[in-house]
Write a protein of this length. Sequence first.
Length: 379
Amino acid sequence: MLLKTFGWSFAVTALGLVAAIFYGGWTAFGVVAILSVLEISLSFDNAVVNAGILKKMNAFWQKIFLTIGVLIAVFGMRLVFPVVIVAVSAQLGPIEAVDLALTDKDRYQELVTDAHPSIAAFGGMFLLMIFLDFIFEDREIKWLRWLERPLAKLGKIDMLSVCVALIVLLVSAMTFAANAHQHGGTHADKAETVLISGVAGLITYMIVGGLSGYFEDKLEEEEEAEHEAEEAAARSGRPRSAIALAGKAAFFMFLYLEVLDASFSFDGVIGAFAITNDIVLMALGLGIGAMYVRSLTVYLVRQGTLDDYVYLEHGAHYAIGALAVLLLVTIQYQINEIITGLIGVVLIGWSFWSSVRRNRALAAAGGAEGEQDKQPSTV
């Protein structure tokens, strides 16, 4: 079961890591490994959401999502999107950006370094909005209760996450951007660039969120229509064509999943810029991570267990928040790639261990109650 589900992911991992060694030695190997872990950790909640929707689809649409969807996720979002970001921020053509990245790495590094304030502002705001919308939502399960309870109460204020994000952007523009790091160790005033890029990141997040909400509403409408049609057919005793309706509902599910997958891919791609500017290493690491996310989605669907480790989603979002802050800080200061990557890994590991401890405590409590029920009554 494990090998059947994760076999392709293991193969892609081996090929990717070997390619990294040939490309840049053991340093490249380490960067690709960290990027892979980062992508998996940041996209774990994506796999959970995907599995919850994918299990409602028939085998045909599941196969479509796991084939065409992989091509869109790996080659579209993980390979093309980083090039587009660099091309736009450095004002290059996409072909020119790829050519520079492969043939003139020094010049490419200079352009990316000079464009880093805009990349960091765009990505930092996008990631910050993901984190804020999560932390301000009142959830039944809370990990760090001392922090999440008061923030959930504050979250009842309309548009609070947008206000907080804009305040953070203004502070970053007036502090970090005023003395932004450039290639050669020089510094320049990039306040205007950071403001524009940060607002663009905020707008992108709201557009993606709006599209996700639109497809989610469409999906709910299709499910309600299907349910009403089933009831009507049962009352009249007439058979109805379930294929067309199921196909239409599944099509909207597929569109919704692709929009969701794209939105979750943003954090991995943007977070990767906090670790490396090399698009080859980025493509290798994120590609490996994307394969595991797909395999994990299939595993969760086949196993039927989505709630075993309830704090992992929290840990992933805290990692996103940490990356957002680090990206904004890197507008002025350079931070070691290993530190940036390990912060996310530590948060995910901590949340996983907390989930394990919670499960053990619940199992122990259930066992104790069972033993108490077996005791003979003394009344």
